[in-house]
Write a protein that binds this ligand. Structure first.
Ligand code: SF4
Length: 882
């Protein structure tokens, strides 16, 4: 029953580019539960496991609450004076390009709008880029080259309408779960829908596929060049569409035929069986409703833009753009990557989808803003920006809501750059991240549950994100902080917004300013909304104009594009392999997401439930490579490149190609000693988009032989455990650490006392023959920490020990504790597969032995897979390999 103070708010999930609607239930300024918003068209009431755990991640623990300069709390006035004085001095002495903003696809469109307007129109530099550069900038560049505009033609309904869905470089089952499950339901309803996955790795997404083509890492453009050649040979082109609506077809086809003249050559380039290639090409040729769904596996490449255009070429050549079930469909990773693009959040864009190279656009934006100092040329893209900072060309950077010290390639270079930078300002909601550790000035910002504005998802749908909790401490909204800064710089009149609705109104008016159908992005029909209309704004797909007041589901159905000629462009694509080839002994490292974590874990690692699925950095290794290197699942393995090292647990898998490895992007210095995988990735970028090649990096691999391994559970957080290797997870109470040492084992008793929280109430057990050591410490009779180490043999499962932290224990229970196991009951259920109902692998295997041999029967027996469905591919894999 709801109590009197309980209320609910409709808002939008802050994680991925699906942009699901969320109903948040609030009581006493606390988020107590979330559920899917049944009225939101993106998810129709469903949430994935990350979205379902949002209420577990909004506590104030670890929040940045007050402004700081060099780690000392200061007033907002002092902090902003410091930032303004330094920015103003540097601009005066060295020009506007000596300063920069680095933003995030997590912030709202209104925040983005203000930052972009300030930097490009008033400071006079285009040095404003965003972590969306790492996510989808190749897709943007590909669309702009082909369509003359950064327009996604498709919508989510196309997943229901398509007869052939080709997923390329997308593990949608984990990265965009709600869209993947929509496709699952579509295929259940119409089993004849063909689903093909193109991915070097057999991912959870392949669970749905009629066929998985495990192509060579990075060879995607060869495959689509081969497809274009095949379409011509098979007379499967839409000649009339090409003639009426396209340009560049002949050159594109000639290049495709030169590189991939036939199936055999194409298959050889891609390392595929020619029969599989033929199967795919025949289906694409004869299926009018073909949808190509692509994501980071395409974009994060030194030739990502060309890959995007190779895909789009095939759709243009068959006239399959913007029609029901037929389009190329780029899916963004971040919740507001598209909103950022709308306001010019990338260094090479102007606001409202206008361009630097276009004098009319420059004049239009400058006039609209009455900009005193309009930037005239693109600024520095993310990787270039941090290199310019290291060189000293950029002397002050303001980082908003992102963690580049972990997420950018060659992250050691990024850290060096920030250490050398004269002024590093970081606005964030979290106090301790790898990037805040390098800041001179920290500014406390509001976060998801407190922010108010709009975001745009992968199908161009603008949704309201509505704040429902009071900001803690002195946290302020990003747009407010930026407006205050702008006012202190002397631009108060242009930044006198009182509410995000004022900013949205200006953004909407600019989109229609001197537009008259010349630009794709036009939401002028949403200008001049009253505050209450803005608050009530229902999700809507742009363009929203007088002619289309209800929004626009699909684009380009009429064959009119935004190029000067009005025709779409096919581009000749010289497909190429990754920039850094492997030498003898190297492995190709692919990086990506794990199912239940998000970005650098600043939010999702607060939920113990979300860490249960995967609690340590890991490396997926093929069976052949593991055998050759004598590596077993669970071993610690080192990867090295660029003088950096990543250590994770081996996961030996039949899903991995020999020679290829996979490691997750999430871990960082806050959660593991050697978990920042992007430190191994060279800063090689796509020449058009500037997007780094995060998917194919050469690395060395070495199986490690630790001298001892241990487990520590502690009520108090341990800043840096004193072991060679460690990783940390958050528990309901306290934290748990995996530890290992690579040199001789220490004198255990002295060693633990040297770095663990002190206690005079300590019990210890040393088996010197077997090299086991166990100790537990108490504070006021309650369990403070327990440490278990061994030079050989297994450690006990952690689940029961986790429940003992903070408890008062009897003498018998204290002895029991050192065994690491309860006297009876509480069986170990193994790694958690279903995070929603906390169902572990061992329980699932037991249920399978007892006759549950389908996802449905496991669901009936254990509930697993019956809520968000994110674990269903893993349940199917367990059944398949039983
Ligand atoms: S699919 Fe994406 S937007 Fe939807 S609930 Fe999951 S993380 Fe959030």
């Amino acid at each position: 029953m709801k109590n009197n103070t309980e209320s609910s708010t409709l808002t939008t999930c802050p994680y991925c580019g699906v942009g699901c609607g969320v109903e948040a239930r609030i009581s006493d300024n606390r988020l107590i539960a979330v559920s899917g918003d049944a009225s939101h068209p993106a998810n129709k009431g469903r949430l994935c496991v990350k979205g379902s755990a949002l209420h577990e991640t909004t506590g104030h623990q670890g929040r940045l609450l007050y402004p700081q300069i060099q780690g000392q709390r200061v007033s907002w006035d002092s902090a902003l004076d410091k930032v303004v004085d330094t920015f103003a001095r540097l601009i005066d002495q060295h020009g506007p390009d000596s300063v920069a903003f680095y933003l995030s696809g997590q912030i709202l469109t209104e925040d983005y709008y203000v930052a972009n307007k300030l930097m490009k129109g008033f400071i006079g530099s285009a040095n404003v880029d965003t972590n969306s550069r790492l996510c989808m900038s190749s897709a943007v560049a590909g669309q702009k080259r082909a369509f003359g505009s950064d327009t996604v033609p498709a919508c989510y309904d196309d997943l229901d309408e398509a007869d052939l869905v080709v997923l390329v470089g997308s593990n949608a089952a984990w990265a965009h779960p709600i869209l993947y499950q929509r496709l699952v339901r579509a295929k259940q309803a119409r089993p004849d829908i063909q689903v093909v996955v193109l991915d070097p790795r057999r991912t959870a997404t392949c669970d749905l596929a009629d066929r998985h083509l495990a192509l060579k890492p990075g060879s995607d453009a060869f495959l689509f060049n081969g497809l274009l050649s095949y379409l011509a040979q098979a007379n499967a082109l839409d000649e009339a569409y090409i003639a009426q609506h396209c340009e560049g077809f002949d050159a594109a086809l000639e290049q495709a035929q030169r590189q991939c003249p036939d199936l055999i050559t194409t298959a050889a380039h891609c390392g595929l069986d020619p029969a599989d290639v033929q199967w795919l090409f025949e289906r694409f040729a004869c299926t009018e409703r073909s949808l190509t769904f692509y994501s980071q596996g395409i974009n994060q490449s030194s030739s990502g833009t060309d890959k995007a255009n190779a895909i789009i070429n095939c759709h243009l050549a068959t006239g399959r753009v913007g029609k029901p079930g037929a389009s190329p469909f780029s899916i963004t990773g971040q919740p507001n990557a598209m909103g950022g693009r709308e306001v010019g959040g990338l260094a090479n864009q102007l606001a409202a989808h206008m361009e630097f190279g276009n004098p009319t656009h420059l004049e239009t934006v400058a006039d609209f803003w009455q900009a005193p100092r309009m930037a005239q040329a693109p600024g520095l893209k993310a990787v270039d920006l941090f290199q310019a900072i290291e060189r000293g060309d950029v002397k002050a950077v303001w980082i908003i809501g992102t963690n580049p010290a972990v997420s950018l390639p060659d992250s050691a270079q990024v850290r060096r750059a920030l250490q050398r930078c004269e002024l590093v300002v970081v606005s964030d909601c979290i106090e301790q991240t790898d990037t805040t550790a390098l800041a001179d000035v920290l500014l406390p910002a509001t976060t998801w549950a407190e922010k108010n504005g709009t975001v745009t998802n992968s199908e161009r749908r603008i949704s309201r994100q509505r704040g429902f909790l009071k900001a803690p401490g002195e946290a302020r909204h990003d747009w407010q902080i930026l407006c205050d800064f702008a006012t202190r710089l002397g631009f108060g009149d242009a930044f006198a917004y009182q509410h995000p609705a004022d900013i949205f109104d200006e953004h909407a008016r600019l989109s229609g300013y001197r537009n008259q159908g010349s630009r794709d992005f036009d939401i002028s029909a949403l200008a001049e909304l009253s505050r209450s209309q803005y608050d009530a704004l229902a999700p809507i797909q742009w363009p929203v104009t007088e002619a289309s007041p209800e929004g626009t589901a699909r684009m380009f159905a009429d064959g009119h594009y935004f190029t000067p000629s009005g025709r779409a462009r096919l581009l000749p694509i010289a497909a190429r392999m990754p920039a850094n080839p492997c030498r003898d002994g190297d492995f190709v490292l692919n990086t990506g997401r794990s199912r239940d974590q998000w970005h650098t874990m600043t939010r999702t690692a607060r939920s113990p439930r979300l860490l249960d699925h995967c609690d340590e950095p890991y490396i997926e290794i093929s069976e052949r490579d593991a055998q050759q290197q004598r590596i077993h699942s669970g071993d610690l393995v080192s990867l090295s490149a660029l003088d950096a090292e990543y250590i994770g647990r081996a996961r030996v898998s039949p899903n991995q190609q020999p020679g290829s490895l996979f490691a997750p992007i999430h871990w960082n210095d806050r959660y593991a000693s050697h978990g920042a995988v992007d430190a191994l990735v060279a800063a090689v970028t796509d020449p058009v988009s500037g997007q780094p090649e995060l998917k194919q990096s050469p690395v060395r691999m070495l199986g490690l032989r630790p001298r001892w391994q241990g487990m520590l559970l502690s009520l108090d957080a341990i800043e840096t455990p004193a072991s060679d290797y460690w990783s940390r997870v958050t528990l309901e109470q306290g934290e748990r650490y995996a530890l290992a040492g690579f040199s001789d084992r220490p004198d255990w008793s002295d060693w633990v006392k040297s770095w663990l929280p002190a206690s005079t109430d300590l019990i210890e057990l040393l088996d010197s023959r077997a090299n086991h050591y166990r100790a537990a410490a108490f504070r006021d009779g309650r369990l403070l920490w327990v440490f278990i180490a061994s030079c050989e043999g297994e450690l006990p499962p952690p689940a029961w020990l986790s429940t003992q932290l903070g408890r008062s224990l009897t003498t018998k229970e204290r002895m029991q504790l050192l065994s690491g196991r309860p006297s009876e009951g509480a069986p170990d259920q193994g790694a958690i597969i279903c995070s929603c109902f906390q169902v572990g692998e061992k329980r699932i295997r037991q249920a399978m032995k007892e006759g549950a041999n389908s996802v449905e029967s496991l669901g009936k027996a254990l509930n697993c897979g019956t809520n968000c469905g994110s674990c269903i591919p893993e349940l199917r894999a367990l059944i398949a390999h039983a």
